[in-house]
Write a protein that binds this ligand. Structure first.
Ligand SMILES: [Zn+2]
Ligand SMILES: [Zn+2]
Length: 431
């Protein structure tokens, strides 16, 4: 009985000072009464206050309940006594927004209707002046059972969205972030990125991995870029084009552990990559369709395999994977036109050699060379095949750079120019 009376005393004190709707009054006692809504709490308290006031013929309190409490039964009680009920006030805290959550939810549903998503988080922005009013009321109620307006709105709107859309609330890995200000009705929807991993093979040389977006049209395609949207065709450009078409995304970022030069051909199991697909409107794209679309527009420049959706952490893990690679290099002697048999013999000394090189990254790494074979072609170029225990910067290996020790020049005593590189990623036999 003591707690009851203190709740009623607090509620009565509040309503004599501030107009409060059922929800905003009930929220002062939100942790009491398991499974009740704040609206039910507030209304129940107002009804008990009314019954109490009727029992003691406390007309003043009935009047307060009718105006500040907006309680229709209190107005009816006054009318029965032939007293004109006062104008119901507007809630001091929420201005009546607590009663409009269903409308707000359907506005959110409209705002996100163009996005495909199965899970969401909902952020609520409450204007500062509302929070200030909330604090003023709380300083009178001094209630230890209080909940904030923000937390009630986020829970109730979240429940409404879940049930209207059949999507689940997921604070850890949501498909979409929704932020709403229930007072200004501004709604911001931002889908979280999708991460698509796979391997690409770069089938042609003279194809860069990346190319800048066309500055004239910012990727939309114009006369200057021949509707490409980029300065030139690249691996990134092809992957971006497919992603924008299928996922209706805003932008795409290509993550790769190693940046192969434009002259390289990359075969074998292909270079591992992750596409970060930003702000996608579509999420559940069948990856066979991705591959099909890519094959149909890539004109034999690249192909992809092993496609799968991954989490963001995979980008970091991917960069620590250093796979063995095999190479076919074409070398041109810089000083003479013919390659002597003695020089060919020197090449065989590469077998089993340990090469130090600052690549990938800036630390010296040691790579073991194996499966060496060498052939002087009709045109006088040397075709050198070998496997390295991890990725090798081939240009530096041949011509020097990246503190490579020893280089092919050191081993053969001849200066070379690297004409062509074919990379086979993975321990793939090139034979
Ligand atoms: Zn209110
Ligand atoms: Zn353009």
């Amino acid at each position: 009985m003591e707690i009851d009376s203190s709740i009623l005393a607090i509620a009565s004190r509040l309503l004599h000072r501030y107009a409060l709707c059922d929800s905003c009054l009930g929220r002062q006692f939100a942790t009491l009464g398991y499974r009740l809504t704040n609206r039910e709490r507030g209304r129940s308290i107002k009804i008990v206050l009314l019954m109490d006031a009727e029992a003691s013929e406390d007309i003043e309190t009935i009047r307060v309940l009718s105006s500040m409490g907006m309680l229709p039964e209190a107005s009816a009680s006054l009318q029965r006594r032939k007293i004109a009920p006062p104008e119901p006030q507007v809630c001091f805290i929420c201005g009546g927004v607590s009663d409009k959550l269903k409308d707000i939810a359907s506005r959110i549903v409209d705002a996100v209707s163009s996005y495909e998503f199965y899970s969401f988080v909902l952020g609520i922005n409450i204007p500062g002046w509302i929070s200030e009013r909330e604090d003023m009321v709380r300083s009178i109620s001094n209630s230890m059972y209080c909940e904030s307006l923000k937390s009630e709105f986020s829970r109730e709107l979240g429940k409404l969205l879940s049930s209207i859309l059949g999507v689940r609330f997921d604070p850890v890995r949501p498909d979409i972030n929704i932020v709403v200000d229930p007072f200004s009705l501004s709604i911001d929807a931002s889908p979280t990125p999708l991460y698509l991993a796979g391997r690409f093979r770069k089938l042609k040389s003279e194809l860069p991995i990346r190319s800048r977006m066309c500055r004239a049209c910012m990727g939309r395609g114009c006369d200057l870029c021949r509707s490409l949207g980029a300065e030139e065709v690249s691996v990134e450009h092809i992957l971006r084009r497919i992603s924008i078409e299928l996922y209706e995304c805003e932008s795409v970022k290509l993550h790769i552990p190693l940046n192969d030069g434009r002259d390289r051909v990359v075969l074998g199991s292909g270079r591992i990559f992750v596409l970060e697909i930003r702000k996608p409107r579509r999420r559940s794209i069948n990856l066979d369709i991705f591959k099909e679309r890519l094959d149909s527009i890539s004109e034999g420049l690249i192909d992809v395999d092993n496609l799968s959706y991954v989490d963001r952490g995979f980008i970091r893990r991917m960069k620590t994977i250093l796979e063995p690679e095999s190479y076919i290099l074409l070398l041109k002697p810089l000083e003479s036109t013919s390659v002597s048999p003695k020089v060919v013999e020197y090449f065989r000394n590469l077998e089993g050699l340990k090469i130090k090189q600052k690549y990938p990254g800036f630390k010296v790494r040691v790579k073991s060379i194996s499966k060496v074979s060498v052939e002087v072609r009709q045109d006088g170029l040397v075709e050198l095949k070998f496997t390295s225990s991890e990725p090798l910067h081939t240009k530096s290996f041949i011509e020097g750079g990246r503190d490579t020790k020893p280089t092919v020049t050191d081993i053969t005593g001849v200066s070379w120019m690297l004409v062509e590189t074919i990379v086979y990623v993975g321990d793939v036999s090139y034979a």
